[in-house]
Design a protein around this ligand. Sequence first.
Ligand SMILES: [Zn+2]
Length: 77
Amino acid sequence: MFQFSHSWPYERMMNDIYFQECPFCGASSVLLPIKKEAFENAKGGVKTFVIMPCCHEKLDILQIDDDYIWSNEPLRK
Ligand SMILES: [Zn+2]
């Protein structure tokens, strides 16, 4: 099952999805380049990914819930 270490909290403002802090480089208030459709699909468990605009790290997304993005790799120590 999903582990909490593989989750990262996001903020939603209108149709924009933000990370308060990038899990890879620590940049603040990063706007995720994810389409609304991909975001909604991910809430249904459809995998997607984003390339972080701050550090170009690839974030694989397995699922998104109301508070967290769940990845297939640990995002927190
Ligand atoms: Zn980053």
